[in-house]
Design a protein around this ligand. Structure first.
Ligand SMILES: C[S@@+](CC[C@H](N)C(=O)[O-])C[C@H]1O[C@@H](n2cnc3c(N)ncnc32)[C@H](O)[C@@H]1O
Length: 245
């Protein structure tokens, strides 16, 4: 499954009231949205046909999140669904996740792109390949270690994999408190030590199985009724369900 197809599934089944995309480029990701949307990118050039109620923000994600009124375009003051696909450097991606979670709810859905590089070259911090994933992949292990309360699931999507994050807790400050320590420990010069399990996608889930999960309807129901967020940990059983490469 191609990554934008997976975004479409979430839009159709979870029906977010608000969608935030960090890094929008020509708008192919935004084109999947049918809801109130904010797109953030310092250097976008939209060519895709769009069908959402859109606010475009020409800024870096750090500058966007620093604004007190960053998501005032969303009437409920919360982001239901975020796609993080901006600058593909670990520390930027971690900050994008921390800032997104702060503006989300327990029923929100966060998806990060480029977490399954297909080669060490594609994972380099200094881009020298056409398709570039950078060292974004490191965020998965960091979330699993420092935020075991989150449910993370790697998805075997084309071209460079997605990370689904559920069990969002906007009150959690662990990552912010440990940010400097984590970045100092995790960032290294090229070439990046990409684990074999990442290159061969051994822990990744089959995105079609994840797309077919009843969780999307359950999250949407909890969101609209104000009921507590449903348990999402069962999705972890889909880890490794994709055919290894
Ligand atoms: C891979 S493209 C995004 C593709 C898009 N999400 C899609 O699905 O079609 C990455 C984008 O991130 C943008 N970008 C670079 N640095 C950024 C930053 N600090 N904050 C937000 N976006 C950034 C680039 O300008 C580029 O357009």
């Amino acid at each position: 499954m191609e990554r934008h197809q997976f975004l479409s599934v979430i839009h159709e089944r979870y029906r977010p009231r608000s969608y935030l995309e960090i890094g929008i480029n020509d708008g192919l990701g935004l084109a999947r949205s049918r809801t109130r949307t904010i797109g953030v990118d310092p250097d976008f050039c939209i060519t895709a046909e769009l069908a959402c109620d859109l606010e475009l923000v020409r800024a870096t994600s750090d500058d966007f999140f620093a604004r007190a009124d960053a998501i005032s375009w969303f009437p409920d003051g919360v982001v239901d669904f975020t796609f993080i696909d901006g600058l593909h450097l670990f520390e930027f991606v971690l900050r994008d996740f921390m800032n997104t979670e702060r503006l989300s709810a327990s029923t929100s859905v966060v998806v990060l792109d480029d977490v399954l590089p297909r080669s060490v070259s594609e994972a380099a911090r200094h881009q020298h390949t056409l398709l570039w994933a950078g060292d974004t992949y490191k965020v998965t292990a960091v979330l699993e270690r420092h935020r075991p309360d989150l449910t993370t699931l790697l998805l075997d999507t084309e071209p460079t994999g997605l990370l689904l994050v559920l069990g969002i807790d906007p009150t959690n400050t662990v990552l912010a408190e440990r940010y400097d320590e984590i970045v100092a420990e995790v960032t290294t010069d090229d070439p990046q030590p990409v684990p074999d399990d990442i290159l061969h996608r051994r822990a990744a889930a089959d995105p079609r199985l994840v797309a077919g999960s009843p969780i999307w309807g359950e999250l949407a129901t909890a969101r609209s009724t104000g009921a507590p967020a449903p348990p999402v940990e069962a999705l972890r059983s889909l880890r490794g369900s994709a055919a290894p490469r």
